[in-house]
Design a protein around this ligand. Structure first.
Ligand code: ATP
Length: 135
C-alpha cells in the first residue's frame, strides 16, 4: 500500500519522522484527512490531537499551534510544541489545567491574559487526553 512521509518538528527538536498511511489534523478550516499523494496544502495548525495511522498502529500526537504543509507525498507539521503519548507528563498537564482554570475565574474576558489562559487550558486538555488514554 502507498505510504507518505510524516515529519513532526518543533523549534526544539524532531519529534517524529516515519512513513505513515494516514494523518488527520486540525487545520484552520477544520479537520483534514491526509492520505498518500494528497494535493499540495498549507494551513495553520490548531492546538489539537493529530491522529496518525501507520499499518496496524494508530495513535495521537499532542500539538500546539504551528503550520501544516503537504507536498510531494510529504506531510510536515511544524508545531510550536508536540509530544508523543509516552512523552507526556499527565500530572504536569493537570497542574497546568488547574492553574489556567484559576486564572480564567479571576479575569475578565477582554484581558490579554484571559486569552493566554484559554490557550494554556486547551494545551493542557489535549495533553491529558493524548497522554492519559491514547485517545
Ligand atoms: P506548563 O505550564 O506545564 O509548562 P505549557 O502549556 O505552558 O505547560 P508549553 O509552553 O506549551 O507548556 O511547552 C513548553 C515545553 O514543555 C515544550 O517543549 C512542551 O513540549 C513541554 N511540555 C509542556 N507540557 C508538557 C507535559 N505535560 N508533558 C511533557 N512535556 C510537556
Amino acid at each position: 500500500m502507498a505510504t507518505m512521509q510524516l515529519d513532526i518538528v518543533t523549534p526544539e527538536r524532531k519529534v517524529y519522522s516515519e512513513q505513515v498511511d494516514m494523518v488527520i489534523a486540525r487545520a484552520a478550516e477544520g479537520d483534514i484527512g491526509i492520505l498518500p499523494h494528497h494535493t499540495p496544502f498549507i494551513s495553520p495548525l490548531k492546538i489539537s490531537a493529530v491522529k496518525v495511522k501507520k499499518g496496524e498502529e494508530e495513535f495521537h500526537v499532542a500539538v500546539s499551534g504551528g503550520f501544516l504543509e503537504v507536498h510531494d507525498n510529504q506531510v510536515t507539521l511544524l508545531a510550536e510544541t508536540a509530544e508523543m503519548p509516552g512523552e507526556i507528563d499527565v500530572n504536569r498537564a493537570k497542574e497546568a489545567k488547574k492553574r489556567a482554570e484559576q486564572r480564567l475565574q479571576n479575569q475578565k474576558q477582554e484581558d490579554i491574559d484571559f486569552k493566554r489562559a484559554q490557550l494554556s487550558l486547551q494545551r493542557a486538555m489535549i495533553r491529558i487526553r493524548v497522554g492519559g488514554d491514547g485517545e
